[in-house]
Design a protein around this ligand. Structure first.
Ligand SMILES: Nc1ncnc2c1ncn2[C@@H]1O[C@H](COP(=O)(O)OP(=O)(O)OP(=O)(O)O)[C@@H](O)[C@H]1O
Ligand SMILES: [Mg+2]
Length: 278
């Protein structure tokens, strides 16, 4: 078997297989032109299936202070497979949100690497980073972060408007997403006219608007009563199971953590334990 055979086979598989799988599942890694973790060529054949959706290597984050820098993340190595649903737990100040911000390309690390879908984020400029974030990642936060003067549908449309989706198309998609999260009859309600659980559903619909592969959730049930929190967790699980979305969820709640696939424990900027839940 010659090298040419493998090269041709690789090109054949990429050309014929990727578009079909993309059409069917809509979430196979795109043929990015930026440097990838696994390089190019036949070696990538395996990567097409095996590349973790998220991987960090020796990830560190420091904030400057008067004397010595504050070390918030101290060499984090972990990865998340496609369609996994994981929880990150740890004491307040242990670096959970900082880690989520690095994974979500909201902030850059001091050293180390974050790979999203095989792409080394250090190789991207700010515009490319914003584009990757827009296409691949959805965020949901504890306090919903909705725009108060906009109604539910306007809030969900916003990210699509930023990505240049035409008006009618984004209205239809926003309405479909709100319907999907159970708010079909609340499209024109402003956040102040919605309950906490409903506001979080709007935030989830907004996070789904660009059909991201990954959803990063920071204490999304933290501001809700336990029944409403339960409902939100069921919704997230359904999105994971039925649409194959990958979830990284920060939580203080052991009951929430127990409902995920895997639990990663953070302490003082380091991973101190991992536990398979399912
Ligand atoms: N922009 C910043 N500048 C300086 N220090 C920061 C900054 N952001 C976070 N920190 C510090 O980094 C540490 C980790 O913060 P982080 O928000 O990641 O904690 P956390 O684990 O999410 O905590 P919590 O459970 O309370 O949300 C904290 O001590 C915080 O004060
Ligand atoms: Mg936090």
């Amino acid at each position: 078997m010659t090298k040419h055979f493998y090269v041709n086979l690789y090109h054949f598989l990429v050309k014929s297989y990727v578009p079909v799988v993309k059409k069917k599942y809509g979430k196979v890694r795109e043929s990015v032109k930026t440097p990838t973790e696994s390089g190019t060529g036949p070696a990538e054949m395996g990567a097409l299936v095996a590349t973790p959706i998220i991987k960090t290597v020796d990830l560190s984050k420091e904030y400057p202070q008067a004397r010595e820098p504050l070390k918030v993340l101290k060499g984090i190595n972990f990865q998340v497979e496609r369609e996994e649903f994981i929880a990150i737990m740890g004491p307040s100040g242990s670096g959970k949100s900082t880690l989520l911000n690095m994974i979500g390309a909201l902030d850059r690390p001091t050293s180390g690497i974050v790979y999203i879908d095989g792409v080394d984020l250090n190789t991207l400029n700010d515009n490319q980073l914003a584009e990757l974030r827009n296409k691949k990642i959805g965020f949901v936060f504890q306090f919903f972060n909705l725009i108060q003067r906009m109604d539910a549908i306007g809030n969900v449309e916003l990210t699509m408007a930023i990505s240049g989706v035409p008006g009618r198309q984004r209205r239809e998609r926003a309405s479909m997403l709100l319907e999907m999260v159970g708010l079909g009859d609340r499209l024109d309600h402003k956040p102040s006219e919605l309950s906490g659980g409903e506001q979080q559903r709007v935030a989830i619909a907004r996070a789904l608007s660009n059909d991201p592969a990954v959803l990063l959730c920071d204490e999304v049930t933290g501001n809700l009563d336990s029944k409403t929190g339960d409902d939100i967790m069921h919704l997230l699980r359904a999105l994971n199971k039925e649409q194959g979305k990958t979830f990284v969820l920060i939580t203080h709640d052991p009951v929430v953590a127990q409902s995920t696939d895997r639990l990663v424990q953070l302490h003082d900027g380091m991973i101190v334990g991992e536990k398979q839940v399912w």
